[in-house]
Design a protein around this ligand. Structure first.
Ligand code: FE2
Length: 184
């Protein structure tokens, strides 16, 4: 036995990508590209229904992939509508970052124009977030990050903060930048 064997885990830097099993690849491809805005960057040579997608910053692709979708005939869609309350095992939701507040406002308006249901909208302390779901009932948090100095000194308090925001259908989308500061 080597003396150099690890005695604890090494901290990862972040989540790299997620892979979703989907019932209908064309339905999910349309949602994740046209509605959410990811770019299709490639597929498996031996399975065109296993596809990879990446986001962009300033128009440029900045990762090999953030998301993959694979069609599976064996999977069944979950029953009922997505909810923040735990109702199934596995992922509750995935959160996707838009690069700026302006980009996020654009995207939220685009979702509304496409009749994507807002399950809930929150000022989440560290983020401003709209929760939607994909055709397979996967929860998606559409967010932008508020400036780091708002939450960095008290992440615990930020994590516990959630103020519900209404988005009246007949009014432009408002977003309050009077961010609550979480201090130690
Ligand atoms: Fe979240």
């Amino acid at each position: 036995m080597s003396d150099n064997l690890p005695t604890e885990a090494h901290a990862p830097s972040s989540v790299n990508h997620v892979v979703f099993n989907v019932a209908d690849i064309e339905e999910s491809h349309d949602f994740w590209t046209r509605i959410i805005g990811f770019t299709h960057v490639g597929s498996l040579d031996n399975n065109p229904n296993f596809r990879f997608y990446a986001g962009r910053v300033d128009g440029e692709i900045v990762s090999h992939h953030d998301l993959a979708l694979v069609q599976s005939e064996e999977v069944t869609k979950p029953e009922g509508e997505w909810s923040m309350r735990p109702s199934r095992l596995g992922a509750n939701h995935i959160a996707i970052t838009w690069p700026t507040r302006e980009a996020w406002l654009h995207q939220v308006e685009w979702l509304r124009l496409n009749d994507i249901k807002f399950h809930v909208r929150l000022d989440h302390g560290m983020t401003h977030s709209v929760y939607v779901s994909d055709p397979n009932g996967i929860g998606i948090e559409v967010l932008y990050e508020v400036p780091e100095e708002i939450w960095m000194n008290n992440i615990h308090e930020g994590l516990n903060y959630a103020a519900r925001i209404d988005t009246p259908e007949d009014q432009p989308i408002q977003d309050n930048v009077d961010y609550k500061v979480f201090s130690s």
